[in-house]
Design a protein around this ligand. Structure first.
Ligand SMILES: CC(C)(COP(=O)(O)OP(=O)(O)OC[C@H]1O[C@@H](n2cnc3c(N)ncnc32)[C@H](O)[C@@H]1OP(=O)(O)O)[C@@H](O)C(=O)NCCC(=O)NCCS
Length: 150
């Protein structure tokens, strides 16, 4: 298996997001495949390719969470691996590739709102939970997680 992690454009992430992020309930008009800051200067998107096929994406936004005190922070959103390629370490490699890019951008902390069933994935990467689970309508139960990159 030959894996490569590359910078991609936001548009390259949309097909995978569209497939894997469907709103809860089915009837909703909310589009979970496009995020407000996708095109911001400080945003970057990574894609993992296996044998030249894009199988996993993640996006990183310069964004401070109000409950976390560190001044310069990045948020990870839209992390997804196609089901056939899961549990091979692809998403872990993708997220780790972002760490030096984030620190080069003068930020020292990465956070996310993790789906409850992905909390163990982030714990394995050294993230820690803050506070208890909360509900986001359309998405479901979430847990705020962070990792210091100092
Ligand atoms: C969460 C998600 C992105 C993980 O993607 P992935 O590419 O399977 O991630 P990894 O393979 O790096 O890690 C997944 C698990 O495999 C394990 N693993 C890592 N490398 C492995 C390897 N070489 N062989 C076997 N297992 C491995 C990890 O320890 C991890 O364990 P966990 O079950 O405790 O999380 C994927 O399940 C997904 O797309 N889920 C739906 C969308 C979603 O929930 N996104 C997160 C929103 S916050």
């Amino acid at each position: 298996m030959h894996m490569q992690v590359l910078r991609i454009h936001a548009q390259d992430a949309y097909p995978l997001r569209e497939k894997l992020f469907t709103p809860k309930g089915g009837q909703s008009q909310v589009d979970l495949s496009k995020f407000n800051k996708d095109m911001d200067d400080k945003t970057f998107h990574l894609g993992a390719f296996i044998d030249q096929v894009l199988v996993s994406v993640a996006s990183f936004y310069f964004s401070k969470h109000p409950d976390i005190s560190s001044p310069y922070q990045y948020q990870i959103r839209g992390l997804a691996t196609f089901p056939d390629y899961r549990n091979k370490g692809v998403a872990s490699t993708l997220v780790k590739t972002a760490y030096p890019i984030i620190t080069q951008n003068q930020a020292s902390l990465l956070w996310c709102s993790s789906r409850i069933d992905s909390v163990s994935f982030f714990i394995n990467l050294g993230f820690r939970p803050i506070g208890g689970p909360f509900e986001i309508i359309e998405v479901g139960q979430q847990q705020l997680m962070y990792k210091s990159l100092q």
